[in-house]
Ligand binder design. Sequence first.
Ligand code: ZN
Length: 440
Amino acid sequence: MSSLLIRNGTLVTLNAKQEVVEGGSVYIEGTKIVDAGKFPDNRHHADRVLDAKGGVIMPGLINAHHHLYSTFARGFVPPGRPAVNFKEILEQLWWKLDYALDAEDVYYSALLVLLDCVKQGCTTVIDHHASPMCRDGSLDQIERAFRDAGLNGCLCYEVSDRNVIGGGVEENERFINKCRASGDDQVAALFGLHASMTIGRETLDRCVEIARRTGTGFHVHAAEDAIDEQVTLKEFGMRVMERFRAAGVTGPKTIFVHGIHLDDRELDILKETDSILLHNPESNMNNAVGAARWLDALKRGVLVGLGTDGMASAMIASARTAYLLQRHALHDPRVAFGESCELLLRNNAAICGRLFKDPRGVLQPGALADVIVVDYVPLTPMDAGNFYGHLLFGLNYAPVSATVCRGRVLMENGALSRVDEAALRRTGIERAAKLWKRIK
Ligand SMILES: [Zn+2]
């Protein structure tokens, strides 16, 4: 079993006592942390030593809602006039882009953005995938990308009736069964659904039957825009969360993404069913769909996590945007400071605790050895009591110098260790250019 010592840094443990340890070290054997704290280098005999050079050593970050397939949209200008609302954004950009992807596009778009995740210190990604023209087997391509990048992933395919009725049901079922059979904890599965507004009654019932049989939760967009509530009310006579609860979609392993237009009763349903709410502030601002009421959900005791919805892979920046957006929207300079940090640092780890076996998001013995070094030397005192201030106003601008996932060094001194990054980027540029030509 290989061993690794990360030494000479300020340890931000994120343990129960929120300990911050100057001159701290982490000792790893295999995929697990064995020791974390202040101890002499010779306490353990490591195969490899990584010098943090006085930077911050902290747990790998978690992105709880990503769309890796959106990578090749970067720089793409959709044809025609600009979209004027959320429905047109879907129709003019995302549903054209996902339709044009082939299997190799799926692999490279995932791998390239996962390398960005490594660079941003993000070691676990919960992804939501769509590629209607290469649907079957697409989750295997993404799994291959996660394994090549060396990161942890939870995958799903977004079922909807928009291209064919029930498109993606079998792909979810196949991949869920594959993950269950393997018993491997690096790549896990959820059952993916697009949104209430694109899924009919029969398809939803089929999905729920499979999820129940396999003990799997769902990963689904909910009330991202008012249109989701409008369509659901018109076609099913219920609001989105009422429909999902009645159908059997809610539960502790189910992630409801966005929830911007949920009313008080629907937020209560999240709490009553112990379901997860997932906030993506940059995406919500980009799509001009509103400011989610995630503070109201937190007050009810709902587990609220943080993602980027494909916008980016920089999670500390996402926490900062969550903080700024709530203050701006509520006109209240007292709110959302600690809560924004906890979405990222506590709640995303708690969400992973419901989807994966190995505990993560903390530097303590027994936790998964997902550890990053941020090249951040504080200008002012930093301790357990004020770390969040350093996180949102300092670490968010500091480069990640090293990323370790499952005990393997993926990046050291800012350079990726396991891949030919330049060659991969060339491939990505070529594939994106061809993809753009296929989109009409
Ligand atoms: Zn999304």
